[in-house]
Design a protein around this ligand. Structure first.
Ligand SMILES: Nc1ncnc2c1ncn2[C@@H]1O[C@H](COP(=O)(O)OP(=O)(O)OP(=O)(O)O)[C@@H](O)[C@H]1O
Ligand SMILES: [Mg+2]
Length: 231
């Protein structure tokens, strides 16, 4: 089960962005997508959550074909998304930011206490405006917001970008816990191989819109991966 992306093509107008990309992510496991700037990592994530309409190929989640489903329906089907650059609401409080994730939930639904157990700082800052948090805290808020909808698949697009090392460690710990203990399927986009290798069960390295190298992390040679990230 889990997530199966099958031979997806995506174009922006005449420019082809993804070519026959396949990817898998299983419950309890972490799949890392690596690649240099502009190879199509975010476009692939946007295709999985429904923000891009793919030309060819399919996206299957828990055995269902979600390729034609709008993003809101995919969210209800358990797909959570933390976009690159965080995209929290700067003028809403932390509490209000989290509650935006409850829009599709049954009436009376609340932010799960577990979210605050994972990110205690957010409990302390509930009434602060999102824009007044540090970059790392905003990233934690973005992850917490995705978790508020209680997804079974969590997609994180470069959650460590521009963030200080102490918070990167915290985020890594949370990602590991979500997969290992809560059984979420995780897809993590990263630029840094060391961070990815520490966390990943599977790795997919993209080069110019294609998966150039992929598989279980132990099956890949570090050097082969590094070469694709530096050329
Ligand atoms: N909405 C869009 N319209 C046209 N072209 C786009 C659009 N979004 C992305 N692109 C182009 O598609 C290619 C892949 O972009 P994408 O953002 O998916 O790459 P990325 O691997 O996530 O890069 P980064 O590491 O910088 O985040 C780039 O050449 C980019 O300029
Ligand atoms: Mg990107």
């Amino acid at each position: 089960m889990g997530l199966r992306v099958e031979a997806v093509d995506l174009s922006y107008g005449a420019s082809r962005c993804l070519r026959g990309v396949s990817l898998e992510a299983d419950p309890g496991r972490i799949t890392c997508v690596l690649g240099r700037n502009g190879v199509g990592k975010s476009s692939l994530m946007r295709s999985i959550v429904g923000l891009e309409r793919v030309g060819r190929g399919r996206v299957l989640w828990e055995g269902r074909d979600v390729t034609a489903m709008p993003p809101s329906e995919r969210a209800r089907a358990g797909i959570g998304y933390v976009p690159q650059g965080r995209e929290i609401f700067p003028f809403l409080t932390v509490q209000e930011n989290l509650e935006t994730a409850l829009a599709a939930a049954p009436r009376g639904a609340r932010v799960p206490e577990e979210v605050f157990a994972l990110f205690p700082i957010l409990k302390q800052f509930l009434r602060r405006r999102g824009g007044d948090l540090s970059g790392g805290q905003q990233q934690q808020l973005a992850i917490a917001r995705a978790l508020t909808a209680q997804p079974r698949l969590l997609i994180l697009d470069e959650p460590t970008e521009g963030i200080q090392p102490s918070i990167i460690k915290d985020i890594a710990r949370v990602i590991r816990l979500l997969a290992r203990e809560r059984g979420l399927a995780v897809v993590l986009v990263e630029q840094y191989f060391e961070f990815a290798r520490d966390l990943a069960d599977r790795i997919a390295v993209m080069v110019r819109g294609e998966v150039a190298l992929g598989g279980p992390v132990d099956s890949l040679e570090d050097e082969a991966v590094r070469r694709l990230l530096t050329v």
